[in-house]
Design a protein around this ligand. Structure first.
Ligand code: FES
Length: 308
């Protein structure tokens, strides 16, 4: 199987690594001539083990010399490597940034986060504050109960910004949100789904989850994959992902997380319907069926035509 990378990325040095909240560390990566990014952007961190994980950028979008990430400890995998094995001075490869969680214009904002999900919301809040858009507020749910460095940072953003260990605080703030409030929610899948389910009428929820959604293993049924520009057809067997079928056919589609959360493997769709299983596409993109996250999503019918 051929696996092509998204881009070569850049090598960055670990400049700082320190605890900032409940099971969360702040990772500062140093480089030079770093591209600017917009709030909501993320980078893909390529760990020394070869594992690739997307992390939201939490610092200053105009900082051309360092990028700041917040990493929650999840008990193993990439987070364990970062918490326990990474050291100041180590080099890591970083790809991106890319933005799948952009901040849109709205008359008022409510930022809701759980744990390290606060990462993309910090630069969003600073952007809204700088633009003097009012009202806006932020609730950060963190098990440390508002005692860590992250909680202090949240509290310093404005009078309506606070951390709490009680998830009901976020639900209460949401219940009071007036119509046309743009809610940006980031955290575990359970957290952001609960926010979306509880949103009052007229409140638009934009969500990003930092854990992978449960996915089914590959296609539920075999189907034909048409590569429109190549003029080729690839058969996808039941239990095989679109991405795997493409790689087996020698089509170099980028891949990073492999779990539908980073967007690296997104491909254009020119015909057929997609059964979406990812956690990155926006509702409008899903409804239009013009994009597919090839590592997890599949065809709804017996044929799918891709812009490849
Ligand atoms: S590789 Fe990350 S979404 Fe497919």
């Amino acid at each position: 199987m051929t696996v092509a990378s998204i881009d070569a990325g850049r090598v960055m040095r670990v400049a700082a690594l320190r605890p900032v909240g409940d099971r969360t560390v702040e990772l500062i990566l140093a480089g030079s001539g770093l591209p600017r990014w917009a709030p909501g952007a993320h980078v893909d961190l390529v760990l020394p083990s070869g594992q690739v994980r997307p992390y939201s950028l939490a610092g200053d979008p105009d900082d051309a010399r360092s990028w700041r990430l917040l990493i929650a400890y999840s008990g193993g995998g990439a987070s364990a490597q970062i918490h326990h094995a990474l050291r100041v001075g180590d080099e890591v490869r970083v790809r991106g940034p890319r933005n799948l969680f952009p901040l849109g214009m709205a008359p008022r904002y409510l930022f809701l986060a759980s744990g390290a999900g606060i990462a993309p919301l910090l630069p969003m809040a600073r952007r809204v504050r700088a633009a003097r858009i009012h009202p806006w507020s932020m609730i950060h749910i963190d098990a440390d109960g508002g005692t860590g460095a992250l909680a202090a940072e949240v509290g310093s953003l404005g009078p309506d910004c606070r951390s709490s260990s009680d998830p009901a605080t976020a639900r209460d703030a949401l219940a009071l949100a007036p119509s046309r409030t743009a809610v940006y929610a980031c955290g575990s899948g359970r957290f952001v789904d609960a926010i979306a389910d509880a949103a009052p009428t007229g409140v638009e929820v934009h969500r990003q989850r930092f854990d992978a959604p449960p996915t089914e293993p590959g296609a539920a049924h075999p189907f034909e994959l048409e590569l429109a520009r190549r003029g080729e057809t690839v058969r996808v067997e039941a239990g095989t992902s679109v991405l795997t079928a493409l790689h087996r056919a020698g089509v170099p589609v980028p891949v990073a997380c492999g779990t539908g959360i980073c967007g690296a493997c997104v491909v254009g769709v020119v015909g057929g319907e997609v059964q979406h299983r990812d956690a990155v596409l926006r509702a409008a993109d899903r409804a239009a069926s013009r994009l597919i996250v090839t590592c997890v999503s599949t065809a709804a019918g017996d044929r799918l035509s891709l812009d490849l």
